[in-house]
Design a binder for this molecule. Structure first.
Ligand code: ITT
Length: 196
């Protein structure tokens, strides 16, 4: 695949940009909204990851006319019927406070022995005017208390299947080995390879 494909990643989350960049290496030139000089907060009003991802990619496509992609990610906890899910960023309120989100999650799970959960990432790619969706899932479980300082969001309380450490105790490369985001990014890359 040409290294000169330029594609805008419609996100304001710098952690996501770093993780996607690490996942796809130099197979693709990813440009963040910041690098593209776009400063907007795109609303996420819908009740599915898929619809919010499309909202973000189509907003940026309308603005720029360029190929672009976005992603929406949620932590889906089995004992909470899939919560916080699409509300992961705003679980404890509109301000998007990570510590408070984790606190609320742990309170809701207090005394629950079923700690199963997974992260689910949906990528919405707009390529030559058409939308393509890709999904990545990472199964795991929720700890009783946060541990570790790497990563972002719910990483300190999530242990991926196949490891005993939280995502926040893993290096970026180790997290990527298991990660929902990397799995979705792999599919994005394969799709783009096939279009070349
Ligand atoms: P954009 O919409 O600008 O892309 P965002 O931070 O608002 O960025 P989301 O709407 O996808 O992203 O929110 C998902 C929330 O889920 C995010 O704020 C984190 O708290 C959490 N999250 C997403 N991916 C995660 C990951 O890999 N590890 C831990 N928590 C994650």
């Amino acid at each position: 695949m040409s290294q000169h494909i330029r594609i805008i990643f419609a996100t304001n989350n710098a952690h996501k940009v770093e993780e996607i960049q690490l996942a796809i290496g130099n197979t693709l030139g990813v440009i963040s909204l910041r690098q593209a000089g776009i400063d907007i907060d795109i609303p996420e009003p819908h009740d599915t990851l898929e619809a919010n991802a499309l909202e973000k990619s189509s907003t940026i496509h309308r603005l720029t006319g360029e190929n672009c992609f976005s992603e929406d990610t949620g932590l889906e906890v089995t004992a909470l019927n899939g919560e916080p899910g699409v509300k992961s960023a705003r679980y404890a309120g509109d301000h998007g406070d990570t510590e408070k989100n984790i606190e609320k999650l742990l309170q809701k799970l207090a005394g629950t022995t079923d700690r199963r959960a997974h992260f689910r990432t949906v990528i919405s790619l707009i390529w030559q005017g058409h939308e393509h969706l890709f999904e990545g899932i990472c199964e795991g479980h929720i700890l009783e208390t946060p541990v570790g300082s790497h990563g972002f969001g719910y990483d300190p309380v999530f242990v991926p299947e196949g490891d005993t450490r939280s995502f926040a105790q893993l290096s970026p490369e180790e997290k990527n080995r298991y990660s929902h985001r990397r799995k979705a990014a792999d599919q994005l890359v394969s799709f783009l390879q096939q279009t070349q």
